[in-house]
Write a protein that binds this ligand. Structure first.
Ligand code: THU
Length: 130
């Protein structure tokens, strides 16, 4: 069993709850806290489109709102042949709360790739910039 199997499985479960009637693009994410707790998230769309929240940010806000502060991995699952990396807004938030964690991308066919956040977000604006 891979180190990330439970995390990817939680992201797949969360994806089932995606509210994506506008794009039909269903995304699941799961965030692992250093406590070991796993927080799932799905994309939640809105008729205005612009108020949509991505799966990754839902998972982050769930973890933060439950009192967690340290995270060591995040997983993103979609049903596409080409794996889906986090959008720019999510990269900013993942960096803020998780730093240089492994981002495990996978699809429903079992394709999987792990990319470190420093490669997805090489020149961040963060607290050290202020
Ligand atoms: N989406 C995510 O939830 N996460 C990503 O990493 C990429 C995009 C969502 C937002 C929107 O509901 C749909 O996918 C299409 O952009």
């Amino acid at each position: 069993m891979s180190e990330y199997e439970a995390l990817v499985s939680a992201a797949k479960d969360a994806r089932l709850n995606a509210h994506a009637p506008y794009s039909n693009f269903r995304v699941g994410a799961a965030l692992r806290a250093t406590s070991g707790r796993i927080f799932g998230g799905c994309n939640v769309e809105n008729a205005t489109y612009g108020l949509t929240v991505c799966a990754e940010r839902v998972a982050i806000f769930k973890g933060i709102s439950e009192g967690e502060r340290g995270f060591d991995a995040i997983s993103v699952v979609t049903d596409t042949d080409s794996l889906t990396p986090p959008c720019g807004a999510c990269r900013q938030l993942i960096w803020e709360f998780c730093g240089d964690v492994p981002v495990i991308l996978s699809n429903m066919k079992g394709k999987i790739e792990t990319i470190p956040m420093r490669d997805l977000f090489p020149k961040p604006f963060d607290a050290s910039s202020l």
